[in-house]
Design a protein. Structure first.
Length: 122
């Protein structure tokens, strides 16, 4: 299944949960993750058995850039960093944050340092 932004913009929380849980391939999960904009969605994606390193780094950047106002975001970002640095995710899909127009490296206030691995293609 391939989703466009128009398909996802009307999803409610239950739709996000159902579609994430029903994802049958890493690329389908990646496609859903591309449009995520809430920490709850990130948690469901990261807990999915098909979540890989590329998807986890994509989720990291979506959280970092689009979910900064949520109180749980910093904890989730640190958890992703820990898991990536400890090779908790298999390497299946590629993701290059430098080619993603939604990624903003130049935020003025950075509470903690982002490891370099999050700035490179995986």
């Amino acid at each position: 299944m391939y989703y466009e932004e128009d398909d996802i913009e009307d999803w409610f929380d239950a739709d996000w949960k159902n579609n994430i849980q029903r994802a049958e391939s890493a690329i389908e999960l990646f496609n859903i993750a591309w449009f995520m904009d809430e920490p709850e969605q990130a948690s469901l994606i990261l807990e999915h058995p098909l979540c890989d390193k590329g998807i986890a780094v994509l989720v990291f950047w979506r959280l970092y850039n689009e979910c900064a106002m949520y109180t749980e975001t910093n904890g989730k970002l640190k958890e992703i960093i820990h898991n990536i640095l400890n090779n908790a995710y298999p390497e299946v899909l590629s993701y290059d944050p430098k080619t993603d127009e939604k990624v903003d490296y130049k935020k003025k206030k950075i509470v903690w340092e982002i490891p370099e691995i999050f700035r490179k293609p995986v």
